[in-house]
Design a protein. Structure first.
Length: 264
């Protein structure tokens, strides 16, 4: 049985990892990064690998029985009761371009469910913290999603419209047509903005667990809803498609829209 002391220790440690990653990112901010292109055409830099190695080393020293899933290295002990999920630089293309929407994502999963999540943006000095069953914090203060009268009034975000394949384009098109405004390329900052009541809905695909695991406790703790495109909650088994809304009614509306066009 886990105690409040356990949870406090996990939180303290997660904040330590965010601080470590943030220090490395701030140090590297002004340097043009060396980069490689992965087989899936996504970018990776030496800094991604450096940060993940550092965070993995911290986990191994503090919690050797915990599993780790990260973007840059082979997962370890993924069947453990507690598994950390790491994305050292979410928005690597933005980092390379010098656009400060990139950040570090950290999540802790218990039995496959994200129970703790951090979105950390050291360059802009912003951090969202979510813990299952608690109010989400933005820079230490409570934050909440906003109500929205209908999708026709909503601001929508998507990481990149190019990520949507031919099968998924109808969902993107339907959401584009239904919403009032669109924001492209916000990476993880867009999801923090949903938790803070600045963006209303998000539709994304071609994501991996490390791209969205922290969002569940952050979004839910701020009053929003996050699921896959079938309406199932986010877990370790979630696929590449997610749908988020700050207003639960708008999530229901968006989900029904996506499901209708994906079935046609």
């Amino acid at each position: 049985m886990r105690t409040d002391e356990d949870q406090a220790e996990w939180l303290d440690f997660a904040l330590q990892m965010a601080a470590e990653s943030g220090a490395i990112l701030r140090e590297a901010e002004a340097v043009r990064p060396d980069l490689e292109v992965k087989p899936d055409k996504s970018f990776v830099t030496a800094l991604d690998a450096r940060i993940e190695r550092r965070l993995r080393g911290m986990i191994a020293d503090r919690f050797p029985a915990h599993g780790v899933i990260g973007e840059e290295e082979v997962p370890s002990d993924i069947d453990a009761d507690l598994v950390w999920v790491l994305d050292p630089i979410d928005g690597t293309a933005a980092f390379i371009a010098g656009m400060p929407v990139y950040g570090t994502l950290i999540a802790l999963m218990r039995e496959g469910e994200p129970i703790l999540g951090i979105i950390d943006h050291p360059i802009t000095g912003e951090r969202w913290l979510g813990i299952k069953g608690r109010q989400t914090l933005y820079n230490g203060e409570p934050c909440r999603t906003r109500s929205c009268g209908g999708l026709g009034e909503a601001i929508m975000s998507a990481s990149n419209p190019d990520f949507f394949d031919d099968e998924e384009q109808p969902a993107l098109g339907a959401m584009r047509d239904a919403t009032a405004w669109r924001i492209w390329g916000g990476a993880c900052m867009s999801y923090g903005r949903i938790a803070s009541g600045r963006i209303d809905v998000a539709l994304d695909t071609r994501l991996k667990l490390w791209d969205f695991a922290p969002f569940r406790p952050i979004i839910e703790g701020a009053g929003g809803v996050i699921t896959d495109w079938q309406g199932a909650p986010i877990t370790q088994a979630t696929g590449q498609r997610i749908l988020v809304a700050g207003d639960p009614a708008r999530h229901r509306e968006a989900l029904a829209l996506v499901e209708s066009v994906m079935k046609s």
